[in-house]
Design a protein around this ligand. Structure first.
Ligand SMILES: [Zn+2]
Length: 270
């Protein structure tokens, strides 16, 4: 679903990269594998002597850094986007060196594209491009000396050739219900949302959703992940990590599904 609709952040990153006028190549949306590890790249910009790796983030609102921890001003901790960027950079570098025989250096950046994003206490060392820096960074890229040759083109072609299509051969990681973190995941940015009364709010991007829509979306995800499991109210309460009123789960199930079986062993089907 995410591939089809594209994250809002990725779309903005694409639009921003359209401003490139320098001699360079942009490769978007790569799913690669190196030494058995899968990793995803939002965008790569290949210049004469450097490759920029961009990881797009669509966080909205005011955040602050406390050491390595990322928090919203409302004091909710969110998952730091840095470890994922570092993993992606490291695997990309290894793949470029070991399989594509290139010594071009890689410079990774988190690109924050939401105009209402602020990060307090950020060090200038943080590999990030903030909304207020998008224009100046673009100027820097366009003013850089860059003249590509056939080697660069070949590199881009090889990267695209290594891209794994979402085919039936996709090797999914093993997972089971007990092992997965429970909760409702944001439809915009995939962060976990917070249940507040009748709505769910995303701590990362501020997206809100009414409980029925959020639960229904989570049930669809549950069905994709566990096609053989029965949809019971208890399973969905656990799956969505509902802490408040459970009636919203019963109501959603009754409204959208058909109840099968007797009281204690009932489950729901489409
Ligand atoms: Zn979100």
């Amino acid at each position: 679903m995410n591939l089809e609709k594209g994250y809002a952040g990725e779309l903005k990153l694409d639009v921003w990269l359209e401003g490139l006028t320098n001699d360079c190549l942009v490769v978007n949306d790569l799913l690669l594998k190196h030494k058995g590890k899968l990793f995803q790249i939002d965008s790569l910009a290949i210049f004469q002597s450097i490759i920029y790796l961009f990881d797009s983030k669509y966080h909205k609102g005011d955040f602050y850094l406390d050491g390595n921890k990322w928090n919203t001003i409302a004091a909710d901790e969110i998952t730091s986007p840095l470890p994922q960027l570092e993993r992606c950079e490291s695997l990309s570098r290894q793949l470029l060196r070991q399989r594509l025989n290139t010594n071009l250096s890689i410079d990774p950046f988190l690109v924050f594209t939401h105009p209402e994003f602020t990060l307090y206490h950020a060090s200038p060392e943080l590999p990030a491009i903030f909304p207020t820096q998008l224009n100046s960074f673009m100027k820097k890229m366009n003013n850089m000396h860059s003249k590509l040759n056939r080697g660069h083109e070949k590199l881009a072609e090889q990267l695209v050739a290594l891209h794994l299509n979402d085919s039936p051969n996709t090797e999914w990681p093993a997972y089971d219900f007990g092992q997965l973190k429970k909760g409702v995941v944001c439809s915009e940015c995939s962060s976990f949302m917070i249940e507040k009364g009748r709505i769910w709010i995303c701590a990362a991007c501020g997206q809100t959703e009414n409980s029925q829509a959020a639960i229904l979306r989570s049930i669809k995800e549950f069905k994709i992940l566990f096609p053989k499991k029965k949809i019971t109210s208890n399973t969905i309460i656990e799956w969505c990590a509902v802490e408040g009123d459970r009636k919203k789960v019963y109501r959603t199930l009754t409204n959208y599904f058909k109840k099968v079986g007797s009281r204690s062993a009932s489950y729901y089907i489409d």
